[in-house]
Design a protein around this ligand. Structure first.
Ligand code: D5M
Ligand code: FE
Ligand code: ZN
Length: 465
């Protein structure tokens, strides 16, 4: 077992810096000789050791995607796939599905044993072993250590992350209900598991994104909020004018198409359109004015007319009579293939929960929460806070398969990230600061669209202010 601090130090001793992914990989591999082999093989002009310097990691690109014609396909989240709000038994299936599928992404990396077996068999008391479980509770002990209640299908146990040991930072970022693996040793009385290392489902290091063979461009936005007195009509019109000559083939809008009715107390005072049908009609006319050779994909958000529980159904036909025929209405979330490039659209309500729970997280850097979703392979890791979830027999909020692009919105602050080959785009809004956001000290960055070249996967920020 190699701890992360000593791995970093081994590199620093030879005047090399090292990428965190490499450190994590080495600590999971537990092969001290590998560190020496990497150091011996790094070219002289390299300062930072990255994954390409690690022997054995070969990028695996999924190069054989079946393409349809037209080249746009809803892989999941097509209108009509969200089930009804569920019964208690469905929640049991839901969490079991989440545990099984996320657990299987961790198992081969840490060979876990069932918690009940671990507690019963005396032979585990001396040696290191691993468990995989769902986080039931996280708290800080009086001495400042993190105590994590973990549960698998056989039982539960408390895992202690020592504040003076390397895995502690990972443990500080643990969220209730995420599924993780923990390597460590059992206490002699069998009641506490002393944790050394945390494993998340994560994006495999060998992951390489698919790129379209044909040329094509997609534009990503969210949170239009038509009907609000803070909707930025002039800025939207500049965007619409640009779109005419942009040559883009796809426009994706990740929810909050309109401001809605009765979404928060006192909203009536901030509405210019107080009828929900009329809000969608005006929105429909706006997208009717966009070039009709652009395919438009629309998913709902928490201001839209459908139920708030996720997966949110697609916006029903009775609200979309003014929408042009080049629109596809999908659910939230939805996985879309654009010429083989997979885009996972998710409005992003869980970002509120993550910002409220993860130390150091903030609305101004909300895009970082997309990395957190990818590490956990889940769009809404914590159940039962501000993100309502309608349990289905399977967990539709899992991130599987791995998309090329994770497209979110909701926070109204534009941000992009790249995490292990997955591009995170949190598109800003078309609404200026509301009185609520002022109270919350959220400073939106409206009027920005992201354009993506599907052949290179290089994004471009387009500012219409
Ligand atoms: O969300 C717009 C912005 O307001 C976004 O930054 C999240 C924030 N927001 C929304 N609801 C809440 C609550 N309940 N607490 C804290 N922050 C919140 P929108 O969905 O457009 O209203
Ligand atoms: Fe919004
Ligand atoms: Zn929202």
């Amino acid at each position: 077992m190699l701890d992360m601090q000593s791995i970093v130090q081994r590199f620093l001793d030879t005047k090399l810096q090292v990428h965190p992914d490499v450190v994590r990989y080495l600590s999971e591999q537990g092969d001290p000789g590998l560190v020496d082999r990497i150091i011996a093989g790094v070219p002289e002009d390299i300062v930072v050791v990255s994954l390409q310097h690690v022997p054995g990691i070969v990028p695996e690109r999924d190069g054989t995607r079946f393409l349809t014609d037209p080249q746009i396909e809803v892989l999941s989240g097509a209108a009509g796939s969200a089930g009804n709000v569920a019964h208690v038994e469905d929640y049991m299936h839901y969490f079991r599905d989440r545990y099984t599928r996320l657990g299987s992404m961790i198992r081969n990396r840490c060979s876990p044993i069932p918690i009940e077996g671990l507690k019963k068999a005396a032979r585990y008391r001396q040696e290191q072993c691993a468990i995989v479980g769902m986080v039931m509770d996280v708290r800080t002990s009086t001495n400042g250590h993190r105590i994590v209640e973990m549960e698998d299908t056989t039982g539960n146990i408390s895992a202690l992350f020592n504040k003076d040991r390397p895995g502690f930072t990972d443990a500080e970022h643990l969220l209730p209900d995420e599924v993780v693996g923990v390597r460590g040793t059992l206490s002699t009385d069998g009641r506490m598991f002393f944790a050394d290392q945390l494993y998340r489902p994560d994006i495999p290091l060998s992951h390489a994104p698919f790129k379209s063979e044909a040329s094509g461009r997609a534009v990503f936005i969210s949170d239009v909020h038509v009907g609000s007195d803070t909707f930025l009509e002039a800025v939207w019109n500049r965007f619409a004018d640009w779109l005419d000559d942009s040559g883009a083939s796809y426009l994706l809008i990740a929810g909050d198409l309109v401001d809605g009715i009765g979404v928060y107390p006192g909203q009536e005072k901030e509405l210019t359109i107080r009828n929900i049908y009329e809000q969608y009609d005006v929105f429909g006319e706006m997208i009717r004015d966009l070039p009709d050779n652009i395919s438009i994909i629309l998913s709902p958000g928490n201001h839209d007319v459908v139920r708030g529980a996720e997966p949110q159904p697609a916006i029903p036909a009775r609200f979309t009579s003014r929408f042009p025929s080049n629109c596809t209405l999908v659910e939230n979330p939805a996985l879309i293939s654009l010429q083989g490039v997979r885009v996972l659209m998710y409005h992003g309500r869980s970002i509120d929960d993550m910002i409220g729970t993860i130390p150091g997280a903030s609305y101004q850097h909300a895009a970082e929460m997309m990395d957190g979703m990818l590490q956990r392979r889940h769009l809404a890791p914590t159940y039962g806070r501000r993100t309502p979830v309608a349990a289905d027999r399977n967990d539709r909020l899992l991130i599987d398969p791995i998309p090329e692009v994770l497209h979110t919105g909701h926070v109204h602050v534009m941000g992009m990230t790249e995490y292990r080959g997955v591009l995170g785009i949190n598109a800003g809004a078309w609404q200026s600061q509301t009185s609520f956001q002022k109270q919350m000290n959220i400073n939106p960055t409206p009027g920005i669209a992201i354009q993506l070249d599907l052949q290179t996967l290089v994004p471009q920020v387009m500012d219409f202010n």
